[in-house]
Design a protein around this ligand. Structure first.
Ligand code: FMN
Length: 324
């Protein structure tokens, strides 16, 4: 059975989101945590601990993710996560942010495969009690790069490999380079998952038809837009308007508590609305009002009006698509 997993998304798939999502629409099989960057000091910060605190993830299958280019830092953090009760840790080799790749982390590591090899040798030299998986892009600027990258990964006992078939230079533009994924899928000695631009049940089924036996299907933006997507995939009902109202309100309340500030919660909620508006009929005036809102009152009245005047669509409009 292919596992349905929620992609790690900084600022979106947080502990608040995980709890509210699972409660409203049923839990996903797996929730990946947005990345944590371990430092040379072998200790998580209070902020990092808040996300990995097992009491925040009760009843959910949660996989933390690390962003690092130093094996020693990765290794202490992996052990610390095992001590907290986690069974798997994921290595981020996909993040395309300028500040990250400049340090040869995330997809920046894919540019220096000799250094990535030294790193992975250092990680797998330790007899880790926690399983190690990787989430990767297919290269920096050229599809051909994936041949060497794949050959490197095959040298290690990965628990699984999740491939987002884009290059660093693609950022999030254009379509995933699915032909590269298809070409390599059956060459790996460990389970493989697919991630990228799936946002309807039909998309998910099409992907499973092309690549049966996938270990996991990971979805990020499509699931923020349509939080009932996995329930629909399993034959359940689409999100009702009342469910979306409750979902949005519970996220907002959850963040107001977590941040001890409802005003800061308003800022965070706008990040969800960027995606969630795609599941509602378009109303440019109302969405502008929502994103412009600075006060709690303006935000709350915009949300009320949106739910009053906009209808729930069957599929999200792919509002975030950017051509190459
Ligand atoms: C706002 C945002 C934050 C993200 N944060 C992370 C992260 O912390 N770790 C990671 O591996 N990928 C991160 N990603 C990438 C997603 O996990 C995913 O690979 C990407 O969105 C493509 O999948 P999708 O088309 O299903 O959204 C992030 C993406 C976005 C848009």
């Amino acid at each position: 059975m292919t596992l349905l997993s929620v992609a790690p998304m900084e600022g979106l798939t947080t502990s608040v989101f995980r709890q509210v999502h699972a409660k409203t629409f049923g839990p996903a099989d797996l929730y990946y945590l947005p990345f944590i960057t371990p430092t040379t000091e072998p200790k998580f910060t209070d902020r990092q601990l808040r996300e990995v605190d097992p009491s925040k993830n009760t009843g959910l299958n949660v996989i933390p993710q690390l962003l690092s280019n130093r094996a020693a830092d990765f290794n202490w953090a992996a052990e610390a996560l095992f001590a907290l009760g986690y069974k798997e840790v994921n290595l981020n080799l996909g993040c395309p942010a300028g500040t990250v790749v400049a340090k040869h982390k995330g997809s920046g590591f894919l540019r220096v495969l000799d250094q990535l090899k030294i790193f992975l040798d250092g990680v797998f030299a330790v007899n880790h009690r926690i399983d190690i998986s990787i989430k990767t892009r297919i290269g920096w600027a050229n599809e051909e790069e994936f041949e060497d990258i794949a050959n490197l990964y095959k040298q290690y006992p990965l628990a699984n490999l999740i491939i987002h078939p884009r290059l660093k230079t693609d950022q999030y533009k254009g379509h995933p380079r699915s032909s590269v994924f298809d070409k390599f899928l059956n060459t790996f000695p460990f389970p493989v998952g697919y991630n990228g631009d799936l946002y309807t049940v039909e998309d998910m089924n099409r992907r499973l038809q092309v690549s049966p036996g996938l270990h996991s299907i990971m979805i990020g933006r499509g699931l923020i837009a349509d939080p009932a997507l996995f329930r629909k995939f399993k034959g359940g009902r689409p999100a009702s308007k009342q469910e979306l109202i409750d979902f949005s309100q519970n996220l907002y309340d959850g963040y107001a508590i977590a941040f001890e500030s409802r005003k800061n919660a308003v800022m965070r909620m706008k990040e969800y609305w960027f995606f969630q508006l795609c599941l509602l009929t378009e109303d440019t005036k109302l969405s502008k009002k929502l994103f412009k809102s600075k006060t709690i009152e303006d935000y709350e009245s915009s949300v009320k009006e949106i739910f009053e005047f906009c209808d729930v669509l069957e599929h999200p409009r792919f509002g975030w698509f950017k051509p190459l």
